[in-house]
Design a protein around this ligand. Structure first.
Ligand SMILES: NC(=O)C1=CN([C@@H]2O[C@H](COP(=O)(O)OP(=O)(O)OC[C@H]3O[C@@H](n4cnc5c(N)ncnc54)[C@H](OP(=O)(O)O)[C@@H]3O)[C@@H](O)[C@H]2O)C=CC1
Ligand SMILES: O=C(O)CCC(=O)C(=O)O
Length: 476
C-alpha cells in the first residue's frame, strides 16, 4: 500500500485505488490511497505551520535538499522510468528521458537557490536607500495532470521549495505511482516536517480543498482548459495567485523549401510520439501547396510504419493511450473529422494487441481546413490535421488563427521566413526545424492566449510566480 506523506508521516486511508498499466490492464502497478478532506486540511495545516521557519531557511539548506533529491532521481532513472512507462504508457526511452529531466530540474533549482538577487536603487528622496527583494509566498498548492507524471510535478515542486515555499502536492489520480516515488525521495531529502506534503486523491476533493483553503496562497495547475478556467475563477474570487498551463492546438508550418526529411521527422515526433498526449504536440500541420501532395503521401507512409505496442517492448515507438476515456475521445474526434469532410489517410482505429491495453493507430487527416473542429479543439491523442496553405503569409495567418498559443514550429531553409516567423508567431515557444514538443528544462515554458495564465514556468523565470516582491526604504 502507498500512503500519503503529510506532516512528515505516511498517512493511510481506507479509500484506495488500483493503478493499472494502460499497456496491459491485467498488470496492477500498485495500490495508492486517496486523501480525504480531513487529510488535505491536515496537510495544509502542516505546511502552514512549517512555513515561517522554512521561509527563513538558508540557501545552503535548500540547495542541499534539492541537490540530493535530483541526484537520487538521476541515479534511479532506469527503475523510475520503468514505473512511469508502466503507469502512463509512454515508451521506456521516453519515460527514462522524462525521469532524467525531473532530476535535472531539481539540480537546476538547487543552483537557483544560490543565485537569488535583488536590486538596490537610489531613492528620488535624499538620504534614502531603496531595496527590492523577492520573498517566498507561503503554502503553494500543486495540481498536476497524468501525461508527464514526474517532470511536471518536478518543475512545480522544485522551484516552490527552492524559493522557500511549503508545498501540498496533488498528482493526477490516474498516475499516482511516479508521484509517490518522487514524494518518497523528497521525504528523505532532509526537509523539516510539513514543508512538503503529498495528498493523492481526486481533484473534486483534494484539488477543490487546496483552492478553497485561505492558508494556501497560490495554486499552480497543468491540465485541461475546462478545469483550468474553473480554477481561475475560483482563485480570482479568493485573490489567490494562479499559474495555469492548459491546452494547445500547435501548428507546424512546412514551406516549399523545407528539407523533406526534417519536415517529416518534426511532424512524426511532434504529432505522434508520447502518443500525441502532450500539450505541445503538433496537431495542425500547415503545408505550402508546392509540396503538399508529396509531403502528405510520405507522411502517411511513415505513419503507417510506426510500431504501436506495449510501452516496455523494445520495438515500440508509440505506446498505448492513457485510459479508456482518452481512447474514446480520440475515436470520437476521428468520427468528427470524417464527418467534417477531412480525408483520413491512415490510422484512427482501436488496435487489437495480445496484451489487453488501449491501443490506437496514429491518424493523419489530409485536406483539413482550419475551421474544422479537429483543427480547433485539443484532441490530446496521435491525430494530425494536414491543412494546405497558399503561401508563407497564408500559412502564418492559419498558424495564428487559434484560441491557443503554446508552441509553434516552421520547417524552412529560408532565413528570412524563419526570422519573420519567430516574431510573427503568436505562441509562447517557437521552433525552427525542430519539433514543437520536447523542450529544454532550464528555459521558460508557457504560452499565450487560451494556453496559459500567469507567469512562465521553468528556468529562472519561475521565480516570478513562486516569489513575491518587497520594496524596502531605509533612511541612511
Ligand atoms: N495541457 C496538458 O498538459 C493536459 C491537458 N489535458 C487535457 O484534459 C483532458 C482531460 O484530462 P483530465 O486528466 O481529466 O484533466 P483535468 O484538467 O481534469 O485534470 C488535471 C488535474 O486537475 C485535477 N482536477 C480535476 N478537477 C478538479 C477541480 N475541480 N479542482 C481542482 N483540481 C481538479 C485532476 O484530478 P483528477 O486526477 O482526480 O481528475 C488532475 O490532477 C485531456 O483529454 C486533455 O485534452 C490533460 C492532461 C494534461
Ligand atoms: O513537450 C514537452 O517537453 C512538454 C510538454 C508538456 O509539458 C505537456 O504536455 O504538458
Amino acid at each position: 500500500m502507498h500512503n500519503n506523506w503529510i506532516a512528515g508521516e505516511w498517512i493511510g486511508s481506507s479509500n484506495v485505488q488500483k493503478n493499472l498499466n494502460p499497456s496491459d490492464l491485467d498488470d496492477v502497478v500498485g495500490e495508492y490511497v486517496r486523501a480525504s478532506q480531513a487529510d488535505v486540511e491536515q496537510a495544509i495545516g502542516a505546511a502552514h505551520a512549517a512555513w515561517p521557519a522554512w521561509s527563513l531557511s538558508t540557501p545552503q539548506q535548500r540547495f542541499d535538499a534539492l541537490d540530493q533529491i535530483g541526484a537520487e532521481i538521476l541515479a534511479r532513472k532506469a527503475e523510475l522510468g520503468e514505473l512511469l512507462a508502466r503507469e502512463e504508457g509512454k515508451t521506456l526511452p521516453e519515460a527514462i528521458g522524462e525521469v532524467a529531466r525531473a532530476g535535472q530540474i531539481f539540480k537546476f533549482f538547487a543552483g537557483e537557490t544560490l543565485r537569488m538577487t535583488g536590486d538596490i536603487q537610489a531613492s528620488v528622496r535624499p538620504g534614502i536607500q531603496v531595496e527590492v527583494t523577492r520573498e517566498p509566498m507561503g503554502v503553494v498548492g500543486i495540481i498536476t495532470p497524468w501525461n508527464f507524471p514526474i517532470a511536471i510535478p518536478a518543475w512545480k515542486i522544485a522551484p516552490a521549495l527552492a524559493y522557500g515555499n511549503c508545498v501540498v502536492f496533488k498528482p493526477a489520480d490516474l498516475v499516482p505511482g511516479s508521484a509517490w516515488a518522487l514524494a518518497e525521495i523528497i521525504s528523505r531529502g532532509g526537509l523539516p516536517p510539513g514543508v512538503f506534503n503529498l495528498a493523492m486523491g481526486r481533484g473534486s476533493v483534494v484539488g477543490a480543498a487546496l483552492i478553497a483553503d485561505p492558508r494556501v496562497t497560490a495554486i499552480t495547475f497543468t491540465g485541461s482548459v475546462d478545469t483550468g478556467r474553473q480554477i481561475l475563477q475560483q482563485t480570482a474570487a479568493l485573490q489567490k495567485k494562479a499559474q495555469l498551463e492548459l491546452g494547445g492546438k500547435n501548428p507546424l508550418v512546412i514551406l516549399n523549401d523545407a528539407d523533406m526529411e526534417t519536415a517529416l521527422n518534426c511532424t512524426i515526433q511532434g504529432a505522434f510520439y508520447s502518443t500525441g498526449q502532450r500539450c505541445t504536440a503538433s496537431s495542425r500541420i500547415i503545408v505550402e501547396r508546392g509540396i503538399y501532395g508529396q509531403f502528405t503521401q510520405a507522411l502517411a507512409e511513415r505513419t503507417k510504419a510506426l510500431r504501436v505496442g506495449h510501452a516496455l517492448a523494445a520495438e515500440t515507438q508509440i505506446g498505448p493511450v492513457s485510459d479508456e476515456s482518452q481512447l474514446q475521445q480520440n475515436l470520437e474526434y476521428v468520427g468528427i473529422g470524417k464527418a467534417e469532410g477531412a480525408r483520413l489517410l491512415c490510422g484512427g482505429e482501436r488496435l487489437q494487441h495480445p496484451a489487453n491495453g488501449y491501443y490506437f493507430s496514429p491518424a493523419v487527416f489530409a485536406d483539413a481546413t482550419n475551421d474544422m473542429r479537429i483543427s480547433r479543439e485539443e484532441i490530446f491523442g496521435p491525430v494530425a490535421s494536414v491543412i494546405p496553405a497558399d503561401d508563407y503569409e497564408h500559412a502564418v495567418a492559419l498558424a495564428n488563427d487559434t484560441e491557443f498559443g503554446l508552441s509553434s514550429g516552421i520547417c524552412t531553409q529560408s532565413l528570412k521566413h524563419a526570422t519573420h516567423f519567430k516574431r510573427a508567431s503568436q505562441a509562447g515557444m517557437v521552433m525552427v526545424n525542430v519539433a514543437t514538443a520536447g523542450v529544454d528544462y532550464h528555459v521558460p515554458f508557457g504560452g499565450r492566449k487560451g494556453s496559459s495564465h500567469g507567469p512562465r514556468e521553468q528556468g529562472r523565470y519561475a521565480q516570478e510566480f513562486f516569489t513575491v516582491v518587497k520594496t524596502a526604504y531605509t533612511l541612511a
